[in-house]
Design a protein around this ligand. Structure first.
Ligand code: PGA
Length: 254
């Protein structure tokens, strides 16, 4: 059975103390209220990760992640953070290919394929984001776009490597806009992604791949989205900054 995951993406929000206090509240609420086997992942800015890992010691349902990693192992890349560094502070996951990285930092599928290799080589699990823009959906090219993001970004991996991935479908038009994909729209794409994984690898790999939905997911719409057969959780931006909202989304699986 594939894992159910609710991952928070704090983006460039919360200073050090604010982050610690939101995360402490999340730990307490999850311990008190979450009854299922779902995993909560918090992808914070780099500066928080080490301290959050210390706070999460002994919590087997809560993991930490980063929001990006450089493709090189190390070297003269001023201002960058390597996968090895992220691993060394105890994170388990790294978000790769978020649409904001693609849009504002020019990250393309070719670069993301390299980043995926480096993250996996450092024994971290990529949360690999794919999704179409509004223009691409309106032009009816969304299936082609998603397929090419998979083929060029991650389908070079062998079966063992691919099995470590989490995929996140995030329609760009739904991110931070308050417009959520309907559960039918999201399910349609998730089923398509799973079918492509089965065609490239095999049905078992496809059935075991966790596919998250992201884009204006909130405590009100999470349960309906997560009830879809191919939606295995969420990647949560804005709502992950509030401990109450984030925990309520995690609880959508209770
Ligand atoms: P949002 O962001 O929940 O604020 O729409 C989701 C994401 O970008 O991962």
């Amino acid at each position: 059975m594939r894992k159910k995951i609710v991952a928070g993406n704090w983006k460039m929000n919360l200073d050090y103390n604010e982050g610690l206090s939101v995360f402490s509240e999340v730990i307490n609420m999850i311990n008190d209220e979450v009854t299922g086997t779902q995993e909560a992942v918090v992808c914070s800015p780099f500066i928080h990760i080490h301290s959050l890992v210390q706070l999460a010691k002994g919590q087997n349902r809560i993991s930490l992640g980063a929001q990006n990693a450089h493709q090189a192992e190390s070297g003269a890349y001023t201002g960058e953070i390597s996968a090895k560094m992220i691993k060394s502070v105890g994170a388990a996951y790294v978000i790769l290919g978020h649409s904001e990285r693609r849009q504002y930092f020019g990250e393309n599928n070719e670069l993301l394929a390299k980043k995926t290799d480096t993250v996996l080589a450092n024994d971290l699990k990529p949360i690999f984001c794919i999704g179409e823009t509004l223009q691409e959906r309106e032009a009816n090219t969304h299936f082609d776009i998603i397929k090419s993001q998979l083929v060029e970004g991650v389908f070079h991996l062998d079966t063992t490597q691919f099995s470590k991935l989490v995929i996140a479908y995030e329609p760009v038009w739904a991110i931070g806009t308050g417009v959520t994909a309907s559960s039918d729209q999201a399910q349609e794409i998730h089923a398509f992604i799973r079918k492509e994984i089965a065609a490239k690898y095999n049905q078992t790999v496809a059935d075991n791949t966790t596919i998250l939905y992201g884009g204006s997911c909130n405590p009100k719409n999470a349960a309906e989205l997560f009830a879809q057969p191919d939606i295995d959780g969420g990647l949560i931006g804005g709502a992950s900054l509030k401990s109450r909202d984030f925990t309520d989304i995690v609880k959508a699986f209770n």
